[in-house]
Design a binder for this molecule. Structure first.
Ligand SMILES: Cc1cc2nc3c(=O)[nH]c(=O)nc-3n(C[C@H](O)[C@H](O)[C@H](O)COP(=O)(O)OP(=O)(O)OC[C@H]3O[C@@H](n4cnc5c(N)ncnc54)[C@H](O)[C@@H]3O)c2cc1C
Ligand code: FES
Length: 349
């Protein structure tokens, strides 16, 4: 089957497989399309149906609340085609710039799962062909028997030798996170699609002073961004400040890895752990002396500490629970007049 995607300035006919959503079909054929979550929650991927028969794979998608009634619009990340079709595009659309890694489907195998806390683990995937991505990007995982794809950020940098690492937090009642925690074993296969997302370092756009504010599993993509900034030498002349929100000491993970990244960055990186539910944390200070420890919600701690938040030399990475990302984004746009192009975010829901 094929689908014509049209805007006032550009038109492209692409192939689409049965059971493939329009967003993935367009992205893997090298198109720049509007999207953010790729999983039915944000509403960014709206387009207007002009002709054809469509199949809505998730009629009660959270993002339906952003689709105006009677507009004839659909969510490209949740819609498949039942016939040749045509769409009128609404958001940014055109060919991708050359440097963009074109996403595709990969067959992966679980190599290892490592429990970090009661409800956080990392898992490593190997794939037959090298999965290339930029630090800060994410992939969509498809679990047999569970409807829809789920987004997970890669928490290490992409190299031919290493497996791809992901970090996942168990969501109470969550289908995929529960499956990964309890039913998935080493050697089991898994299909994934990627890389996606634009929350990456852009040294040619400056990125002189980088602030990262994240809660819980939001640290995943930030770990890769830090590793990338160190490996490429970006932190020799530039600075990165990370604010990482956890509830209490029982939730501690990655503190050893963050400490060793601070050492490697030789003064270019500072990390503050913000605990929202526990004040007395002498042990953390003793065991990880290079980390700063504060009490409070991570966004409050960050904006208390950051001086000169409105400087146009700043770049902002926000990741994790929607509440953290939304509050930070609002504050940056409304209070500090930060240009939206300086904010790179992944809202986990
Ligand atoms: C860009 C991005 C990056 C993310 N990175 C991480 C990460 O690194 N680590 C991490 O722990 N979490 C991450 N998340 C959150 C993650 O994708 C899942 O939402 C989370 O793990 C809960 O999934 P679940 O299946 O356990 O919960 P569920 O409650 O079963 O599902 C949660 C999400 O799955 C989708 N969904 C649910 N039902 C359907 C359906 N019928 N059809 C289609 N879609 C459906 C929706 O997007 C929904 O919000 C990220 C999210 C986004 C958007
Ligand atoms: S990209 Fe489709 S709803 Fe977010």
């Amino acid at each position: 089957m094929q689908i014509i995607l049209k805007s006032k300035r550009f038109s492209k006919t692409i192939k689409i497989e049965k059971n493939e959503n329009i967003l993935f079909a367009g992205l893997r054929q090298g198109l720049k399309l509007p999207y953010s979550c790729a999983s039915g929650t944000c509403g960014t991927c709206q387009a207007k149906a002009v002709d054809g028969n469509f199949l809505d794979s998730w009629p009660s998608a959270v993002a339906k609340k952003f689709v105006p009634d009677g507009s004839g619009r659909l969510l490209m990340c949740q819609t498949m085609c039942k016939s040749n079709s045509e769409l009128q595009m609404i958001g940014p659309f055109g060919p991708n710039p050359e440097h963009v890694i074109v996403p595709d489907y990969f067959e992966g195998t679980l190599v290892e799962k490592k429990l970090l806390t009661e409800d956080v683990l990392t898992f490593n995937l190997s794939s037959k062909s090298h999965f290339r991505y930029q630090a800060g990007q994410f992939a969509m995982l498809q679990i047999p028997g569970i409807r829809g794809w789920r987004a997970y950020s890669m928490s290490n940098i992409s190299t031919e030798k290493a497996c791809t690492e992901f970090l996942i937090r168990k969501v109470p009642g969550g289908k995929v996170s529960d499956w990964i925690f309890s039913k998935w074993n080493a050697g089991d296969p898994l299909r994934f699609f990627g890389p996606l997302g634009n929350a990456i370092l852009k040294p040619d756009e400056g990125d002189e002073h980088i602030f990262c504010i994240c809660g819980g599993s939001g640290i995943a993509g930030i770990m890769a961004v830090i590793e990338d900034a160190i490996t490429t030498g970006h932190l020799i002349h530039n600075k990165m400040e990370v604010f990482f929100g956890l509830r209490s000491e029982a939730d501690n993970f990655f503190l050893d890895r963050l400490s060793s990244l601070i050492t490697k960055a030789k003064g270019g990186l500072s990390v503050t752990i913000a605990y929202s539910e526990q004040e007395f944390l002498e042990e953390v200070q003793r065991d990880f002396p290079s980390l700063k420890v504060e009490f409070g919600l991570v966004h409050e701690v960050a904006f208390r500490r950051i001086e000169n938040a409105s400087s146009n030399k700043n770049t902002w990475f926000l990741a994790g629970p929607p509440i953290v990302v939304d509050l930070c984004e609002q504050k940056l746009l409304q209070e500090y007049n930060v240009c939206s192009s300086k904010i790179r975010l992944d809202r986990f829901g």
